[in-house]
Design a protein around this ligand. Structure first.
Ligand code: G6P
Length: 372
């Protein structure tokens, strides 16, 4: 068993450290020598893909947060409206789906019953179905019109980490491919984004190499009763994924919020000593959200929050309002989740360890939920 864990104490720690490979392997073989996308594996007629009027992403758990991240990118690149829905809600609410809808399921195992039932329902309604899946030959890809495999390798720990990064990567590849088919890449062509994605594995290594302080923070926070996570734009699903990791692994009440929603309710939760992770967009982001999130940090700090800030290298604006600053390298805004989620995974792992819990097999959870 020690060998299977490559010298790490737990599968989860190994899988977190495998993430540069999970992303690199998922990118592998999907571009030609010029860096153009070649998705021959996607066996859906190109004309059908060009005719798509709506994309619906269905998934559960961590895979659904990957879908939420993907929505920002796919809509931006393709100009096709994207909905993201929890698979178990989708099927029971009479969704508006037809032959021109592309339903994209995301599942690590390919066996999640809720997701499978959503795919079957989408097919009954006439939609084209694409599966983003990590497990070759599993049920969901077999029942879908096409599959884009993530190449994260087997994920053993119940809480998903490397599959999440691979799911974001694969859904970005799909989005860039659809954008190039439709000639809508809005200023940046697919090859340019692919080139930036190729640099992500080395940047994840950089993040992983700087995690000593996050481990210390996790140890001294082992008695926390509640931890909040704030993010905006693609940082919002990252905040929810950070909270999910903490619930799953450390049994701590945790919630992820959209930073813009703070003033509409969640700020009432802030009291002296409340720990809050904040995922800060790049100061260079064209969407201009950096300063708004820095103001949020200032607001919660003024009310006594302990602020644990994930910010880009060189972003000094956060320093006056941060109890801790955790650094990630610069990326363009849409790629940032591939880096910013990593410290949150590492935090949950070490907090669970600090509490003496079973990191790989948290209570009450199953790796793959094959019942509805
Ligand atoms: C279970 C696991 C989660 C996972 C979810 C979806 O609930 O505990 O970690 O995110 O299923 O799994 P899938 O295999 O469909 O990605």
């Amino acid at each position: 068993a020690a060998a299977e864990k490559s010298g790490y104490d737990t599968f989860m720690e190994k899988e977190i450290n495998d993430q540069p490979h999970a992303v690199a392997d998922t990118l592998l073989g999907r571009t030609d020598a010029e860096g153009n996308l070649t998705l021959d594996e996607l066996h859906i007629d190109v004309e059908e893909l060009r005719a798509v009027t709506k994309i619906v992403i269905v998934a559960c758990g961590t895979a659904a947060y990957a879908g939420m991240v993907a929505k920002y990118a796919i809509e931006h690149w393709t100009r096709i409206p994207v909905e993201v829905e929890l698979a178990h809600e989708f099927r029971y609410r009479d969704p508006v789906i037809d032959e021109r809808t592309l339903v994209v399921s995301i599942s690590q195992s390919g066996e999640t019953m809720d997701t499978l039932m959503a795919v079957r329902h989408a097919k009954e309604l006439g939609a084209r179905t694409v599966s983003i899946c990590n497990t070759h030959g599993s049920t969901i890809p077999r029942e879908s019109d096409a599959v884009l495999y993530t190449h994260a390798g087997p994920e053993i720990a119940v809480a998903s980490t490397k599959a999440f990064l691979a799911q974001i990567t694969a859904s970005y590849i799909l989005g860039l491919y659809l954008a190039s088919l439709r000639g809508t890449s809005y200023g940046r062509d697919a090859a340019e984004v692919m080139a930036e994605l190729q640099g992500i594995p080395a940047q994840i290594e950089t993040v992983l190499a700087g995690m000593d302080r996050v481990k210390e923070i996790a140890y001294y926070m082992a008695d926390s009763r509640s931890v909040l996570f704030l993010g905006r734009h693609v940082g919002y699903p990252v905040a929810m994924e950070g909270a999910l990791k903490l619930k799953e692994l450390a049994y701590i009440h945790a919630e992820g919020f959209a930073a813009g929603e703070l003033k509409h309710g969640p700020i009432a939760l802030i009291e002296p000593g409340q720990p809050v992770f904040v995922i800060v967009p790049s100061p260079g982001s064209e969407h201009g959200l950096h300063d708004k999130v820095v103001s949020n940090i200032q607001e919660i700090r003024a009310r006594g929050a302990r602020t644990l800030v994930i910010a880009e290298e060189g972003d000094e604006d956060v320093v006056p309002f941060a109890d801790e600053v955790i650094r990630v390298p610069h990326t363009s805004p849409l790629l940032a989740p591939l880096l910013t989620v990593v410290p949150l995974q590492v935090f949950a792992l070490h907090l669970s360890t600090a509490k003496g819990l079973d990191v790989d097999q948290p209570r009450n959870l199953a790796k793959s939920v094959t019942v509805e």
